[in-house]
Structures are given as C-alpha cells and as structure tokens.
Design a protein around this ligand. Sequence first.
Ligand SMILES: *Cc1c(COP(=O)(O)O)cnc(C)c1O
Length: 401
Amino acid sequence: MVLINENFLQLQNSYLFSTIAQKRAAYQAAHPEAGIISLGIGDVTQPLCPAVVAAMHEAVNEMAQAATFRGYGPEQGYDFLRQAILEHDYLARGVTLDEDEIFISDGSKSDTGNIGDILGAANVVAITDPVYPVYVDTNVMAGREIKILPTNASNGFCAVPPDFHTDVVYLCSPNNPTGTVLNREQLTAWVDYAKREGALLLFDAAYKAFITDPELPQSIYEIPGAKECAIEFCSFSKTAGFTGTRCAFAVVPKALMGQTAAGEKVSLNALWNRRHTTKFNGTPYIVQRGAAAIYTPEGKAQVQQTLAYYRENAKLIKSALTDLGFTCFGGEHSPYVWLEAPAGMTSWDFFDLLLEQLNVVGTPGSGFGPSGEGYFRLTAFGSHEQTAEAIERFRNYFGKK
Ligand SMILES: *Cc1c(COP(=O)(O)O)cnc(C)c1O
C-alpha cells in the first residue's frame, strides 16, 4: 500500500467555522423568529467594480475571436498586469522592482502555502499568534519545526522580533484576525532581525489596501534592506473583491539569496520561477485584465469607494464598542475589529452570549491560535444596515448596565 505523508496526521483539525455554523443553525432552529446578523464574515460582499467588470467583458470578447484569442499565457503573468503593479503598487511608493521579480498567481493562500516548496525542511519557522492558519498548517505538512511568537495586549497585538534565532518568519500586516498594523519602526526592527540572523521574512500584505495613513508602509520594501531578506505576498481578493475571481502576486526580489547545506548561495527568485513555471500554468487572461483595471483612474476611484464602505463599518464597530467599554484593537487600516471578551469569559463563552442575547454572530479569537483566547473578531464586510443593527443590539445589551 502507498505510504502517506505522515506530517498530515500532525495537523490539528479546525472546527472553527463548522462549529460556528452548527451553533448558529441550532439556535435559529430553536428560535425561528430570531433575525441573526453575522459580523463574522471573512469574505468581501460588495461586487466587482464596474471598471473591472468592463475589462473582463472586453477580454471575454477577445477570447471569442481567433485573432485575439489567448491560450496559455506566461506563467508569471502578463506584462500589462506586472507593469501596472510595478508602477502603482511600488514606484508610486518609492520602491523600484523589476518585472521578473513579480509573479502573478491565483491567490495568496496558494502562494503563502506553496512558498515552502523552495525552502529546506530543516529551517525553523517563526509564526506570530494569533494569525491566518495557513502558515502553521502548511509548515506542519512540510514537517518543519515551528516557533510561536505570541502577540497580546501588552505588545498591542504587534509581533516583535524574538531573542532567539529562526530561519523563516511569517508576518501579516494589517493582521488577520487582530486588525493591527506594523509601522515603519516595527518593520525596521524585523528587517534588522532578519539581516542579523540571516532569516527570511514572508510578508503577507493581503489587507494593505485598507491602510489610509500615508506614514504606514504598505510594502515591506519601503524599509531599506528588505529586498535582501523579504518575500511579499499581495492579493486582489480584499483589495478589489477578487475572492471568487482569484488573482494575487508574490514579489521575490533577485537580491534575495538562500544557501545550500554546503554553503553555496542560490537565488530564491530563480527557484521560485522554476517552481511557479513547473507547477502553475498562469492566471486566466480574463482575470488578469480585470485585475489590471483597478489601476486605471476609474478603477482606482471605484475600488476606493468600496474600501470606504467597509472602512465606515469598521469605524462604527470600533467606536461604538470602545464607547461601551470594550478593549478593542484594529478597526483602522483593517476590516477587522479585535475585542476583548468581558472579564472571565472565553472566546466561545462570548460567542454564545452574543448569539443568544444579541443574535449576533462573530468569530471566536481562540480559533486563530492560543493567544486569541479571550478575544473575538468582528468584521466590516457586512452591509451598513446589518452592521448598524448589530451595533444597536450591542448598545441595548451592554449599554444599560
Ligand atoms: C484573505 C487573505 C489572503 C488572501 O488570500 P487569496 O488566496 O488571495 O484570496 C491572504 N492572507 C490573509 C491573511 C488573508 O486573510
């Protein structure tokens, strides 16, 4: 019989979203009249903007004519999209990159998971906690040793470099689930750590479009020296509603080197290019045309309109809950508000209370890692109306005590 990869047996089963769905369904069945509102949505809800839709329609028409039909494209992505990214995401922020340092893909989930293909199994990996579970799970699958870097109220849920050596560090900023953002000083401390330790930073910037403060970096490459120690992951998912459409990119600078056990230096860009062109056959032309449309003047304005819609929800949630005495993190430069459950309550206790007393569903923080216990994630991806109604229920329940 075939042997399995036994590392998969080390994975912890995640019952987070299925348990939430079960509890919600059970409550609804027992209380058919209850109007349950979800502030637990981890997916965008607003449609693709008109500029994106028009570009995709046009691309479909091109596919319908032999003269303009496209088959396999370059695995790394079309020039028009890579150039638009270079210009608008990087040059506009003072970062110069070459086109062959950008790799278009079908998602940052795939990229952050697949990057391990080019990294040795003996690397020790540091992962902040709580965080997006993909980093831990994919490294468990690869059998790597993982060191957890806890974040909590005392460090403002912002990861600081540890006082021990690691080879690879995953950073997610703005963070999912805590909504916290690393500023220039904090990122500089990480780049300094990476250079001192010879470590590789894997920087997940999936939520960078939510940043409004011009002083906050949107790319790790805004920090001097980062091109020698960091890979960056960006996605059109949260920026422009591509969660169902699928388009993202990884940046692997050519200055970035790894080494063999014998000490020979090897370009990570060359390895990723080999991996990407071997295991991936390109993001659809139609999708890349849609993604490129977010960089046109109309596309930019429309994307900002949608982001403003979510930001307004985040602001309302955060300000109302803070007024009610909750300790909150995030909610600015992020669609996530991270709040502390009332004293003595676990994340799941608080989930049950919100479901039963307010008919509001959120996400227990403990589902994102041990340091999330006692915390709770609310998201800004709902409608204005539902968000406002949920907040009214918080005011009615928690305001009168
Ligand atoms: C949503 C999300 C992504 C984006 O994933 P896609 O596969 O590009 O949709 C990446 N990282 C984090 C932390 C996320 O929450």
